[in-house]
Design a binder for this molecule. Structure first.
Ligand SMILES: [Zn+2]
Length: 390
């Protein structure tokens, strides 16, 4: 990866945090423990740009990533996430007035969000994603909404594709050159330059401030702060309406207009971010030490410990903290993951119901937002383990 900042092109970057030899893809699970342990690995060396407040992995090597395989990072098995997505659809339709419009989603995944926007707002929506099947226009809902899906990547040559409302969720952090990506979207709209955009990415402030260290994964080359995300959009001519921390501060949610008069933005204060960056390495060492102490009873076989949530956070936690020892199972509610193994550290994924027989002494919950939901489910199965948030 280039040494200059991918958002503002500033040359000077401060490397402040490294984790060596982590599995490069964690959202593709393995069918055997051996396959999981042998997954390709790479280094994470985070650099901080003091000009725009962006953070990225200066050792990122795209050639290590091979996304063929069953990539699964769906979050909708959690009711907490479903509630968030549903409220967001309401806000976009009723507060932002995206009704009867032409929507275009870049990287739509299984398109459930796009579908909800079309259904509730009577919108027409086209979604692009390399992992979906083509689908011609299909009506959704009584309000006149319809949806079309295209298997593949959206590009600057797609000028005839309608869409003056652009949606892009949890894509930009995977893109090695986010500036080019945004410029391509603008170029594709050359027939009607004015458009609105809704972008969502993980919030690096959460990773730094609330110790969301388990969100630091190789698949993400970029880590946006509110300042760097707004900077990127301003740089290419968008007027940024809002750039807010949402979902328990874990995501950044940006609304911007292209072709509108630019708003005057307050000069960004990078003070908090700079301090968080300089403290992070020390905080990480202290937290890692505390976790290793907490996990000693599991390592010595005195206690049975499981992790709940075989997503990015859970898999990163197991890789950073266990070296594959002490914890044998990770729990997940997604049926497609059951019986598979975690990349790098090799734990087996099991159902919540598996715990009735296994009877764990401790359940480590990876996301504080899901703690109540999980504790409730455990109680419903007659289990009373200690429930702690990582
Ligand atoms: Zn920068």
């Amino acid at each position: 990866m280039s040494d200059s900042c991918p958002v503002c092109e500033a040359e000077f970057l401060e490397n402040f945090f490294s984790i060596k030899q982590v599995p490069v893809i964690i959202n593709i699970l393995s069918n055997t423990r051996e396959e999981a342990l042998g997954r390709p690995r790479g280094d994470i060396d985070l650099g901080f740009c003091g000009n725009c407040g962006h953070i990225y992995n200066t050792s990122f090597d795209l050639s290590l990533l091979d996304y063929s395989g069953e990539y699964d990072n769906a979050l909708h098995f959690s009711s907490t996430f479903r509630d968030f997505a549903s409220q967001l659809v309401d806000t976009i339709v009723n507060v932002r007035h995206w009704k009867g419009s032409n929507l275009l989603e870049v990287g739509c995944g299984k398109a459930s969000f796009l579908q909800a926007l079309c259904k509730r707002g009577g919108n027409s929506g086209i979604g692009y994603d390399p992992s979906i099947e083509d689908q011609d226009w299909t009506p959704v809902g009584p309000a006149g909404g319809k949806i079309k899906l295209v298997r593949g990547y959206f590009g600057k040559e797609d000028v005839s594709v309608p869409g003056d409302k652009i949606i892009c969720q949890h894509v930009l952090e995977h893109i090695e050159a986010p500036a080019d990506f945004l410029q391509d979207i603008i170029a594709s709209r050359k027939n009607s330059l004015a458009h609105s955009a809704y972008f969502e990415v993980p919030n690096v402030l959460y990773s730094l401030r609330d110790f969301g260290v388990w969100d630091i994964i190789y698949e993400h080359c970029s880590y946006f702060s509110p300042t760097s995300l707004a900077f990127l959009f301003n740089r290419f001519g968008y007027a940024v309406d809002s750039c807010e921390e949402v979902y328990g501060n874990q995501f950044l949610s940006l609304h911007a207009e292209f072709g509108a008069e630019k708003r005057h933005l307050e000069a960004s204060d990078l003070g908090e971010l700079t301090k968080l960056v300089s403290d992070f390495s020390q905080t990480f060492k202290e937290k890692s030490r505390d976790w290793r102490t907490s996990l000693e009873p599991a390592l010595s076989g005195e206690k049975k410990v499981v992790v709940w949530g075989a997503g990015s956070k859970g898999i990163t936690f197991l890789n950073m903290m266990t070296d594959g020892k002490g914890i044998d199972y990770i729990i997940d509610q997604n049926p497609a993951k059951i019986g598979k193994f975690v990349a790098g550290s090799g734990q087996e994924i099991q159902t919540p119901e598996f715990l009735v027989e296994y009877r764990p002494d401790m359940v480590i919950v990876m996301n504080p937002l899901y703690k109540d939901e999980i504790a409730h489910k455990l109680a419903g199965m007659g289990l009373t383990p200690e429930v702690v948030v990582a």
